[in-house]
Design a protein around this ligand. Structure first.
Ligand code: HPA
Length: 237
């Protein structure tokens, strides 16, 4: 039933079947204004801006997800179940957990471990492994390879806590080979899997737990552009 509580759109076809989701709604605005042809804004509720337009002639939408699993959980659920969205590509930042992963590297989240209880809603008799869509992931890796953009593909951690000052738990996840920490992919992957649609997370490393490296705004912008190019091309057939 539309409009939904969080997306004020009354006609389903205003939102494309493929949606790019940065965490920050102002980044959604920037992407729409920079990359989409004839963008229109479709959502302003809670300032969670959403836009639709075309990219190389194909209809495409971009909308902020907010921070954390409850937030992306709500928006992705409404997009999938009420607006017919079939592919959601999260584009975000992450903190590197491995020494060989540097600031500005691009990570593709094959799977997403989590500290959240999001999976408890499914009453599964075991531990679920949230996994990206193979078709989207295969495409993203092929696009990156063809553009000469290096990517690291693997497990990320979707954490519920950003300021984790009382534990050093990141080291335990790093010991298990987890590449980086972010805060949304696991919920997105679970919502998509439960609904039988596709989801993928592509991340730019913004900080490092091992080196405490810093980067300039210009460097961040360049790696953001590479991540965007992969996501946009992934949205094409
Ligand atoms: N933790 C969680 N999410 C993040 C981080 C981090 O260190 N960096 C960028 N997103």
């Amino acid at each position: 039933m539309i409009p939904t509580p969080h997306i004020n759109v009354s006609e389903q076809d205003i939102i494309a079947e493929t949606v790019l989701m940065p965490g920050d709604p102002l980044r959604a605005k920037f992407i729409a204004e920079t990359y989409l042809e004839s963008p229109i804004q479709f959502n302003t509720i809670r300032n969670m801006f959403g836009y639709s337009g075309t990219y190389k002639g194909k209809k495409l939408s971009v909308m902020g997800s907010g921070m954390g699993m409850p937030s992306i959980g709500i928006y992705s659920y409404e997009l999938i179940h009420f607006y017919g969205v079939k592919n959601i590509i999260r584009i975000g930042s992450c903190g590197a957990l491995q020494k060989n992963i540097k600031i500005r590297d691009i990570i593709i989240g094959m799977s997403a471990s989590t500290t959240s209880n999001f999976a408890s809603q499914y009453n599964l008799p075991g531990t679920y492994a949230p996994t990206a869509s193979w078709s989207l992931m295969k495409k993203a890796v092929a696009i990156a390879d063809s553009k000469g953009i290096e990517t690291k593909v693997g497990n990320v951690l979707s954490a519920d806590v950003f300021y984790d000052e009382d534990t050093d738990s990141w080291r335990k996840w790093a010991n298990m080979g987890v590449l980086a920490i972010e805060m949304e992919a696991a919920a997105l992957y679970m919502n998509a899997s439960r609904a039988g649609v596709n989801a993928l997370g592509i991340f730019t490393v913004s900080d490092s737990f091992t080196s405490h490296e810093v980067t300039t705004a210009e460097e961040r912008q360049n790696s953001f552009t590479s991540m965007m190019e992969i996501a946009l091309e992934c949205a094409l057939d």
